[in-house]
Design a protein around this ligand. Sequence first.
Ligand SMILES: [Ca+2]
Ligand SMILES: [Ca+2]
Ligand SMILES: [Ca+2]
Length: 502
Amino acid sequence: MQLLTLLLAVSTTTSTVPADSATAGNASYRRDDLSFVDDLETGDLCDSAHGGFAYFDETGTELPWQSQIDFANREGGTRTFNDNREDNDSFQEASCMSPVGLWEGGVYQHSAWLDATISLKRSGFWWWETTWLDVDYYIFDACCTGTMSAQLTNIPSGKDYDLKVWKMWDGPNVSTSDLNFNQPFNQSINSGNANETLTLAVTPGTYFFCVYPKNKDTNLSNYDEDNPYHLYIEETVDVTRPYSSYSISQGKLNGDRGALWISDYAPLGHTPVTLSNDQARVQIINYDTYPFIRHLADKYNGTTAINYAVLYVWDVPLRASISQLAGELYDLVNDCASWEANQAKQASIDFNRDNLVVALSGYAVSYISLAVTGPAGLALAALGFAVSTIGLVLAEAGYLLAYQSQPTFTTTKTDLLNYLVSVQQTFAVGQGSNNNEVKILRFRYRFDNSSGHYLDWSPFYKSTDYNFYNDNIITWQIEDSGIDGTVRGIQSLNDVKSLLGD
Ligand SMILES: [Ca+2]
Ligand SMILES: [Ca+2]
Ligand SMILES: [Ca+2]
């Protein structure tokens, strides 16, 4: 039997509002807004409307349906097609075809298409007029691991357009300025007006596509403002990859006590697991220049959170351990009389080897005797107190003693108590409990855009949460994740650690 030490240090912090440098350019990407249409492409006409398709702007908001192509307007000799996504002439100004997190009909968005034109662009007039050819950039956020295909068709007769694609890698500093037109991820450069096709192995993230006239400005007649090209992009999930789905009934036969679903995408490279990170709140400095994180931040903020990992538990002893730990911690927090309900405090959690120790600023250190046995150790991981630091629990004592950094998160007493009581109740075991019940615990993150942009994975309880799982199959795609993931059975603490990359 091993006793663990949990040090919970809570201190009041002054709430500081950081300089809001990240919001300065917010409007710069809203190029689907008609107010940004340039003077060359404000003609009479508009896009075609095809059944079952809608356009979305950068925030994921559906744009108004466009009216049918009005062929009658050809009579006036003006352009018959208005590319209302202009000016989508750079990576920064790319039009969004499909933002991450778009949930329709029980699946996240997997395909989108559009019609648009390559035009002749001008500035100045008379002697001072300069002309150049249009290029069109698009964003497609992949939410799955699998294949993406792009098809550029309907290239006008006598014209030659090409297609390139770039992937934006994940990270806290990535920016559209990292991308270089001459260094694409892939390209299709057939001659004449032959179709262009790309097929890519993809993982979740932002992909940029560019439709452009071959060799750009070397042939200034290589454009057509009347006849749109057609761009279709589709992503297909690889359902044959390992752990893309899981059968609970089969898992029980194998001795699994639960299962863990994990997202394929770690925001900004962080592994966001409740309570256990070095920092639970991180400023996003590339909101304006990283579409994937921007789309997530615009959708999952306030009371909306995104699932990063979901624990499914049916093993009764494991459930009991989780419930007990949550109950003990609830009591501990609740007993802090001078911590007012809605007061935000910075809390930190650490472990040492021998005891469960709880220290709060202004309080004597408290000791809780928790027998952290195998199941309880797993429960500790499940609770989120340990998922990244659980490795410390079992690590060499020397490392433990040398471990000085205090992981911090900011929470109100009410939020933390709500979280703990929901966990305690969800996993409570009573008469009649059996392993046919599958209980759910979510590790999630959300965003705060109220003053600057922040990524936050502090404990979060939603009163609308349902805590039962009634299906037998868990798949790569779950509600409120926005992004696909993998799911595996767990039998031991080591399983959880290895799954979370610890
Ligand atoms: Ca265009
Ligand atoms: Ca353009
Ligand atoms: Ca071509």
